[in-house]
Write a protein that binds this ligand. Structure first.
Ligand SMILES: [Mg+2]
Length: 284
């Protein structure tokens, strides 16, 4: 979650730039950082998931009954409507913005990377791979009901879940290639730096974002790697860093710095879900 937002706020300033800096040249937490739709949509997803989290509390399993999933989808739609109106100029894609402003409740078959950029909370609250799939699909298909939209979100949430559970990078890579994106095996950093361009699709954003995480050696390195390949920079960095957060567990300093760029209400939402996750982690 906060990893997603750190990626977003750093990538936002380069989203429409046609140049790429070297990895080490990107300034961190400069005054040009700003959160965008990626962050706001993630907060909306946290809001929508709150009832399911509250019901489960510290000890009970998540109740993902059909009835609760219907309720979750309804809450997700309402939360998106609310946040589009509350933050109308934070960089929403035109379709999503229109859908939100019109209070539309029907999906529009999107394959855009918006489904993946907002899904990180699912990777943190799910207790099993099956739960990742159910929750991810429910949240995605309220707008992104195209097969690629659903897949991009599930792949992202699943990587976060695996990383959180201590699965090795080799295993994550093997499973991503097998279950989601065989192309990840063929990506190459230097080629991406040279050739990768702006792409708002899930299938064009999620594989390179996962790849940047896989070749990184720290949370900061993942952020810099994502920024340096360019493209839809805020969203690609948001996705890559959401996985890197779960894997590297960056220190509190990162969160402290990021919070300076976020509204108080967003910080409270993140604190809530993090303490909920902590309460449920098995203790030795
Ligand atoms: Mg954005």
């Amino acid at each position: 979650m906060i990893g997603e937002m750190i990626g977003d706020m750093h990538g936002a300033q380069y989203e429409f730039e046609d140049y790429k800096l070297k990895k080490e040249e990107y300034p961190l937490f400069s005054s040009k950082c700003e959160f965008t739709d990626d962050t706001v949509a993630t907060i909306a997803v946290i809001d929508a998931l709150t009832k399911i989290m509250q019901e489960a509390g510290k000890n009970k399993p998540l109740n993902l009954s059909e009835e609760n999933i219907v309720e979750l989808k309804k809450r997700t739609i309402e939360a998106f409507h609310f946040y589009v109106k509350a933050y109308p100029h934070c960089g929403w894609g035109s379709h999503f913005h229109q859908w939100g402003m019109n209070k539309d409740t029907k999906p529009y078959n999107s394959w855009g990377n918006g489904s993946a950029m907002r899904i990180s909370p699912v990777g943190w609250i799910a207790d099993s791979e099956e739960e990742v799939k159910i929750l991810s699909k429910a949240i995605s298909e309220v707008t992104h009901n195209h097969v690629e939209g659903i897949k991009g979100a599930e792949a992202t949430a699943m990587c976060i879940y695996w990383a959180r559970k201590g699965v090795s990078k080799e295993e994550i890579k093997a499973r991503v290639i097998r279950d989601y994106y065989p192309i990840v095996d063929m990506l190459d950093y230097d080629t991406l730096v040279e050739e990768y361009r702006f792409d708002v699709s899930c299938q064009g954003t999620v594989p390179p974002a996962i790849y940047c995480f896989l070749i990184s050696n720290s949370f900061e390195d993942c952020l810099r790697t994502c920024l340096s390949i360019g493209g839809d920079s805020d969203t690609l960095s948001a996705i890559g860093c959401s996985i890197a957060e779960a894997f590297y567990k960056p220190g509190k300093e990162w969160k402290k710095k990021a919070y300076k760029f976020l509204p108080e209400r967003f910080c409270r939402a993140i604190d809530y879900i993090e303490s909920w996750v902590d309460d449920r982690e098995p203790t030795e």
